[in-house]
Design a protein around this ligand. Structure first.
Ligand code: KMH
Ligand code: ZN
Length: 281
């Protein structure tokens, strides 16, 4: 069976310290959480950053500090994947800042969507702009899709020549107002990604574990972490993102799949082995 790439989304933009006391905020806290997640089997760290007061920011220097701190403590070095989604309401320029650090990967959100009570805006001009900025720096976009129509928009960018290299999707299920976390939704999303793509599945809250099971059985990759879910079971908060990674590893092994190391993940995703040497930290 194929290796499974585990992404740890260790912080996110929405979860608060009140909701999750173990939420990492400072660079050294993000680095410690990244290290625990990598030691548990994560190959990719999906990264958001916060101001000291916990509010979300896409500030370049805050990302630089966090990515440096992660690089300094993690061995092996995971793929550090900054968000360009940021938080609802941020401008495109604000969101795009971390690509200037030349990460190996970054997220590219593929469509506007209801996001709880709010609207997360990703129109086609914004998507094209982000895709061009990433292509110019040889950054692999993770195509974040919260709905089936987002996959079609990503394919459209492909046809327009704005995406090159490997096609990798993150299929996010269960956002209130967006696509539900059902098996039927995941199967249809995966069908739409096409045979030449790889995909990761993520799901919000209590759906995280059932979607992990489905993704593993379907040969996909898995994302877990505080960005999407803070509870290990009903009412029981995880004391670290690593607990979720450990659970994926346990289930994966039961299905005959081993976690991919960061270098194995790079090979699966078509990222050059020495690409991390070009991080601008
Ligand atoms: N915080 C969400 C509004 C991404 O990282 O690219 C968007 C998000 C997606 O988290
Ligand atoms: Zn994110």
């Amino acid at each position: 069976m194929s290796k499974v790439i585990i992404t740890a989304a260790i912080c996110g933009a929405e979860v608060t310290r009140q909701q999750q006391p173990a939420l990492p905020i400072a660079a050294r806290e993000l680095a410690a959480e990244a290290r625990r997640a990598v030691e548990a089997g994560a190959a990719i760290i999906h990264l958001h950053v916060r101001r000291d007061d916990g509010s979300p920011t896409q500030d370049l220097e805050t990302f630089r500090h966090a990515m440096r701190a992660i690089r300094d403590v993690c061995d092996p070095l995971p793929i550090i994947q900054p968000s360009t989604g940021g938080a609802v309401g941020m401008s495109a320029d604000e969101r795009l800042q971390p690509v200037r650090l030349n990460p190996e990967m970054a997220t590219l959100d593929c469509g506007t969507v209801n996001f709880g009570e709010e609207i997360f805006v990703n129109d086609l001009p914004l998507m094209r702009h982000f895709a061009r900025e990433m292509a110019a720096r040889d950054i692999l976009p993770e195509l974040e899709c919260f709905d089936i129509s987002h996959i079609l928009s990503a394919q459209r960018l492909w046809e327009e020549g704005l995406l090159n290299g490997h096609k990798h999707f993150d299929l996010v299920l269960g956002i209130p107002g967006a696509l539900d976390a059902s098996a039927a939704s995941l199967v249809e999303m995966v069908r739409r990604t096409g045979p030449d793509a790889t995909w990761t599945a993520a799901a919000v809250g209590r759906h995280q574990t059932s979607v992990t099971l489905m993704a593993l059985a379907m040969g996909g990759h898995v994302r877990v972490g505080f960005e999407d879910n803070i509870y290990l079971s009903k009412g029981v908060r995880a004391d670290s993102n690593a607990r979720f990674v450990e659970r994926v590893v346990r289930i994966a092994r039961e299905t005959g799949r081993e976690p991919a190391t960061p270098d194995e993940a790079r090979a699966i995703l078509g990222i050059a082995p020495d690409r991390a040497d070009r991080l601008s930290l």
